[in-house]
Design a protein around this ligand. Structure first.
Ligand SMILES: C[S@@+](CC[C@H](N)C(=O)[O-])C[C@H]1O[C@@H](n2cnc3c(N)ncnc32)[C@H](O)[C@@H]1O
Length: 246
């Protein structure tokens, strides 16, 4: 996979996510829910693969960006947007052929309610792809303040993103149990970001323009480790692929 010059680590990670979620898998789905889909980062490529996508998000600002993208990319008729809360969705049971929820569960305190609702609107035996934030890695990234890192690790306090959004992170086992106890049969859990953020300060990590050769090496490590179960604990994000149990 070649990377263009001047790309930041976050671009590199987006490519990694895209590589992991093999889009050929999506082609057979007719109607996909992008739950807490934000500005449609995933909705757009999914819709271009064939399925119709409904993006639900609580933020009008995010939805407005998506609305503009739909027009720019000529996806009217393939993408529908709706303001809604994924803890209480406005769809009948068994509506969707696939439910996708990336980088959103970690901002929701009532995670069990959210999972149950995503499972409710998904057709039986159909796929759910969802990610969670790894509390082990998150607490290690805070190690400069050892006391706070320890309270996050032991779940006594939550880290706040930009001082505003609380992050409800889970250990790999807690993530697995949350899904399994709420109607999901997990096929596979993939580790995303095994190289982050242990070695780089977050500020630098998200903004610096790294050399493409360096990013190629990062990606090589990521791909080598992402589907190794014993490397899951290293990953910043845990991405599960599962099915709604009958
Ligand atoms: C980091 S963004 C991720 C967006 C998108 N899934 C992506 O991967 O680019 C998290 C999103 O979750 C949305 N969100 C948070 N809580 C939500 C809830 N209870 N229901 C629906 N959306 C929610 C936010 O508005 C935000 O757009």
């Amino acid at each position: 996979m070649m990377l263009s010059p001047n790309c930041s680590i976050s671009v590199c990670m987006t490519r990694l996510h895209g590589g992991i979620l093999s889009l050929t898998f999506l082609r057979v789905q007719k109607q996909v829910l992008d739950a807490a889909g934000g500005t449609g980062k995933w909705t757009m490529p999914i819709a271009k693969c064939g399925p119709k996508v409904v993006l639900v998000d609580v933020s009008d600002g995010m939805l407005e960006v998506t609305r503009r993208k739909i027009i720019q990319q000529n996806l009217q008729g393939r993408v529908t947007i709706q303001n809604g809360d994924i803890r209480k969705l406005d769809f009948p049971d068994e509506t969707f052929d696939m439910v996708f929820c990336d980088h959103a569960l970690c901002f929701i305190r009532e995670q069990k309610e959210a999972i149950r609702e995503l499972v409710r609107v998904l057709k039986t035996n159909n796929p759910l792809i969802i990610s969670g934030q790894n509390r082990y890695v998150l607490s290690l990234s805070l190690i400069q303040d050892t006391d706070f890192a320890f309270t996050v690790l032991s779940n006594e306090a939550q880290f706040s993103m930009r001082g505003l959004l609380k992050v409800y992170a889970l250990s790999p086992d807690e993530f697995r149990l949350l899904l399994e106890e709420n109607g999901v049969k997990i096929e596979k859990t993939i580790g995303k970001g095994v190289t982050m953020p242990l070695t780089m300060p977050a500020e630098e990590f998200y903004t610096k323009d790294y050399k493409p050769e360096f990013l190629e090496k990062v990606l090589k490590i990521e791909f080598a480790l992402c589907d190794k179960p014993d490397a899951l604990a290293l990953a910043g994000h845990l991405q599960a692929v599962g099915y709604k149990r009958a």
